[in-house]
Design a protein around this ligand. Structure first.
Ligand SMILES: Nc1c(NC[C@H](O)[C@H](O)[C@H](O)CO)[nH]c(=O)[nH]c1=O
Ligand SMILES: CC(=O)[C@@H](O)COP(=O)(O)O
Length: 191
Protein backbone atom coordinates (compact mmCIF):
# COMPACT_ATOMS: atom_id res chain seq x y z
CA UNK A 1 0.00 0.00 0.00
CA UNK A 2 1.44 3.37 -0.91
CA UNK A 3 1.34 6.33 1.46
CA UNK A 4 -1.28 7.98 -0.71
CA UNK A 5 -3.68 5.20 0.35
CA UNK A 6 -2.88 5.48 4.08
CA UNK A 7 -2.94 8.31 6.60
CA UNK A 8 0.38 8.15 8.44
CA UNK A 9 -1.07 9.77 11.56
CA UNK A 10 -3.89 7.33 12.27
CA UNK A 11 -3.44 4.89 15.17
CA UNK A 12 -5.64 3.08 17.68
CA UNK A 13 -4.42 3.78 21.23
CA UNK A 14 -6.35 0.77 22.53
CA UNK A 15 -4.07 -1.54 20.56
CA UNK A 16 -0.84 -0.08 21.96
CA UNK A 17 1.15 -1.24 25.00
CA UNK A 18 1.74 1.16 27.87
CA UNK A 19 4.61 3.52 27.05
CA UNK A 20 4.74 5.48 30.31
CA UNK A 21 7.93 3.77 31.51
CA UNK A 22 9.80 3.84 28.21
CA UNK A 23 12.54 6.33 27.32
CA UNK A 24 13.00 7.39 23.70
CA UNK A 25 15.88 9.01 21.86
CA UNK A 26 15.13 11.15 18.81
CA UNK A 27 17.94 12.26 16.49
CA UNK A 28 16.84 15.06 14.14
CA UNK A 29 18.56 16.23 10.95
CA UNK A 30 18.77 20.01 10.46
CA UNK A 31 18.68 19.74 6.65
CA UNK A 32 15.16 20.74 5.44
CA UNK A 33 14.29 21.71 9.02
CA UNK A 34 10.93 23.09 7.87
CA UNK A 35 10.09 19.42 7.34
CA UNK A 36 12.09 17.72 10.10
CA UNK A 37 10.63 20.00 12.76
CA UNK A 38 7.16 18.95 11.63
CA UNK A 39 8.17 15.29 11.75
CA UNK A 40 9.58 15.77 15.24
CA UNK A 41 6.38 17.43 16.45
CA UNK A 42 4.36 14.52 15.10
CA UNK A 43 6.55 12.09 16.98
CA UNK A 44 6.60 14.15 20.19
CA UNK A 45 2.83 14.63 20.16
CA UNK A 46 2.27 10.90 19.68
CA UNK A 47 4.62 10.06 22.56
CA UNK A 48 2.86 12.54 24.87
CA UNK A 49 -0.54 11.27 23.72
CA UNK A 50 0.57 7.81 24.88
CA UNK A 51 1.63 8.99 28.34
CA UNK A 52 5.37 9.13 27.67
CA UNK A 53 6.70 11.74 30.14
CA UNK A 54 8.31 14.72 28.42
CA UNK A 55 11.53 14.08 30.34
CA UNK A 56 11.69 10.60 28.79
CA UNK A 57 12.13 12.05 25.29
CA UNK A 58 15.79 12.85 24.58
CA UNK A 59 16.36 14.95 21.44
CA UNK A 60 19.69 15.50 19.66
CA UNK A 61 20.20 17.45 16.41
CA UNK A 62 22.69 16.54 13.65
CA UNK A 63 23.62 18.53 10.50
CA UNK A 64 22.14 16.22 7.87
CA UNK A 65 20.54 12.83 7.31
CA UNK A 66 23.88 11.13 6.72
CA UNK A 67 24.89 12.12 10.28
CA UNK A 68 21.82 10.39 11.69
CA UNK A 69 23.81 7.17 11.71
CA UNK A 70 26.57 8.47 13.97
CA UNK A 71 24.12 10.44 16.09
CA UNK A 72 21.99 7.35 16.70
CA UNK A 73 25.06 5.26 17.46
CA UNK A 74 26.24 7.71 20.13
CA UNK A 75 22.70 8.00 21.51
CA UNK A 76 22.60 4.23 21.93
CA UNK A 77 26.05 4.15 23.53
CA UNK A 78 25.49 6.95 26.05
CA UNK A 79 21.78 7.19 26.85
CA UNK A 80 19.45 4.75 28.60
CA UNK A 81 16.77 4.48 25.93
CA UNK A 82 14.33 1.76 24.88
CA UNK A 83 14.18 2.83 21.24
CA UNK A 84 15.57 5.57 18.99
CA UNK A 85 13.94 7.41 16.10
CA UNK A 86 16.07 9.05 13.40
CA UNK A 87 14.31 11.92 11.61
CA UNK A 88 15.46 13.29 8.27
CA UNK A 89 14.25 14.63 4.95
CA UNK A 90 16.24 13.96 1.81
CA UNK A 91 14.97 15.62 -1.35
CA UNK A 92 16.19 14.86 -4.86
CA UNK A 93 18.47 17.60 -6.26
CA UNK A 94 20.26 17.89 -9.57
CA UNK A 95 22.87 15.19 -8.92
CA UNK A 96 23.20 11.59 -7.75
CA UNK A 97 24.01 12.78 -4.21
CA UNK A 98 20.42 11.98 -3.23
CA UNK A 99 20.95 8.32 -4.09
CA UNK A 100 24.10 8.01 -2.02
CA UNK A 101 22.70 9.82 1.03
CA UNK A 102 19.51 7.75 0.99
CA UNK A 103 21.32 4.45 0.52
CA UNK A 104 23.95 5.34 3.09
CA UNK A 105 21.42 6.24 5.78
CA UNK A 106 19.26 3.24 5.02
CA UNK A 107 22.17 0.81 5.29
CA UNK A 108 23.60 2.57 8.33
CA UNK A 109 20.36 2.45 10.29
CA UNK A 110 19.82 -1.16 9.23
CA UNK A 111 23.28 -1.99 10.54
CA UNK A 112 22.48 -0.41 13.92
CA UNK A 113 19.34 -2.55 14.17
CA UNK A 114 21.38 -5.65 13.42
CA UNK A 115 24.40 -4.85 15.59
CA UNK A 116 22.76 -3.36 18.69
CA UNK A 117 19.95 -4.40 21.00
CA UNK A 118 17.99 -1.15 20.75
CA UNK A 119 15.45 -0.66 17.95
CA UNK A 120 16.21 2.28 15.67
CA UNK A 121 13.17 3.54 13.78
CA UNK A 122 13.67 4.92 10.27
CA UNK A 123 11.80 8.21 9.91
CA UNK A 124 13.66 9.59 6.91
CA UNK A 125 11.66 11.01 4.03
CA UNK A 126 13.29 10.33 0.66
CA UNK A 127 11.18 12.46 -1.65
CA UNK A 128 11.30 13.77 -5.17
CA UNK A 129 9.89 17.18 -4.25
CA UNK A 130 9.42 19.46 -1.26
CA UNK A 131 5.66 19.15 -1.71
CA UNK A 132 5.86 15.40 -1.18
CA UNK A 133 7.72 16.08 2.07
CA UNK A 134 5.19 18.67 3.17
CA UNK A 135 2.38 16.21 2.49
CA UNK A 136 4.05 13.57 4.73
CA UNK A 137 5.09 15.76 7.67
CA UNK A 138 1.67 16.92 8.80
CA UNK A 139 0.03 17.49 5.43
CA UNK A 140 -2.57 15.62 3.44
CA UNK A 141 -0.95 12.24 4.01
CA UNK A 142 -0.48 12.69 7.73
CA UNK A 143 2.78 12.72 9.62
CA UNK A 144 5.52 10.10 9.31
CA UNK A 145 6.82 11.28 12.66
CA UNK A 146 3.60 10.06 14.27
CA UNK A 147 3.97 6.72 12.52
CA UNK A 148 7.57 6.48 13.73
CA UNK A 149 6.64 7.16 17.37
CA UNK A 150 4.00 4.42 17.29
CA UNK A 151 6.54 2.04 15.76
CA UNK A 152 9.02 3.00 18.48
CA UNK A 153 6.50 2.20 21.23
CA UNK A 154 5.67 -1.16 19.67
CA UNK A 155 9.33 -2.11 19.16
CA UNK A 156 10.32 -1.04 22.67
CA UNK A 157 7.58 -3.34 23.96
CA UNK A 158 8.76 -6.24 21.79
CA UNK A 159 12.31 -5.75 23.09
CA UNK A 160 11.02 -5.66 26.69
CA UNK A 161 8.99 -8.85 26.24
CA UNK A 162 11.83 -10.63 24.47
CA UNK A 163 14.13 -9.86 27.40
CA UNK A 164 11.73 -11.80 29.65
CA UNK A 165 12.10 -15.00 27.65
CA UNK A 166 14.95 -17.53 27.47
CA UNK A 167 17.28 -16.98 24.52
CA UNK A 168 17.41 -19.91 22.13
CA UNK A 169 19.95 -20.31 19.33
CA UNK A 170 18.52 -19.41 15.94
CA UNK A 171 16.87 -22.42 14.28
CA UNK A 172 18.48 -21.36 10.99
CA UNK A 173 21.94 -21.48 12.53
CA UNK A 174 21.20 -24.90 14.03
CA UNK A 175 19.84 -26.48 10.86
CA UNK A 176 22.51 -24.97 8.62
CA UNK A 177 25.20 -26.63 10.70
CA UNK A 178 26.72 -23.22 11.27
CA UNK A 179 26.17 -23.62 14.99
CA UNK A 180 27.78 -26.72 16.41
CA UNK A 181 27.08 -27.55 20.02
CA UNK A 182 29.92 -30.08 20.47
CA UNK A 183 33.23 -30.99 18.86
CA UNK A 184 32.53 -30.74 15.15
CA UNK A 185 29.23 -32.61 15.00
CA UNK A 186 26.46 -30.29 13.75
CA UNK A 187 23.26 -30.66 15.74
CA UNK A 188 20.62 -32.57 13.77
CA UNK A 189 17.08 -31.37 14.47
CA UNK A 190 14.54 -34.19 14.58
CA UNK A 191 11.37 -33.42 12.59
N1 LIG B 1 20.80 17.10 0.35
C1 LIG B 1 20.41 16.68 1.61
C2 LIG B 1 21.34 16.35 2.59
N2 LIG B 1 22.69 16.45 2.34
C3 LIG B 1 23.66 16.49 3.40
C4 LIG B 1 24.06 15.10 3.94
O1 LIG B 1 23.02 14.50 4.68
C5 LIG B 1 25.27 15.25 4.86
O2 LIG B 1 24.93 16.11 5.93
C6 LIG B 1 26.46 15.83 4.12
O3 LIG B 1 26.75 15.02 2.99
C7 LIG B 1 27.70 15.86 5.04
O4 LIG B 1 28.01 14.57 5.50
N3 LIG B 1 20.94 15.94 3.80
C8 LIG B 1 19.60 15.83 4.09
O5 LIG B 1 19.24 15.45 5.21
N4 LIG B 1 18.68 16.14 3.13
C9 LIG B 1 19.03 16.55 1.90
O6 LIG B 1 18.15 16.82 1.04
C1 LIG C 1 20.14 14.87 -1.34
C2 LIG C 1 21.11 15.93 -1.68
O1 LIG C 1 22.25 15.94 -1.21
C3 LIG C 1 20.70 16.89 -2.74
O2 LIG C 1 19.50 17.52 -2.33
C4 LIG C 1 21.76 17.95 -2.98
O3 LIG C 1 21.36 18.67 -4.14
P1 LIG C 1 22.22 18.52 -5.50
O4 LIG C 1 22.11 17.07 -5.93
O5 LIG C 1 21.54 19.45 -6.49
O6 LIG C 1 23.63 18.92 -5.19
Amino acid sequence: MATINKNLSVYDKSTLPSAKDFRFGVVVSEWNDNITEGLYKGAEDAFLDNEVPAQNIIRWNVPGSFELIYGAKKMLQTQKVDAVIVIGCVIQGQTKHFDFVCEGVTQGIKDLNVQTDIPVIFCVLTDNTMQQSIDRSGGIHGNKGTEAAIAAIKMAYIRQQASLTHEYPSQNLLTSGALQLDEGTPLELKE
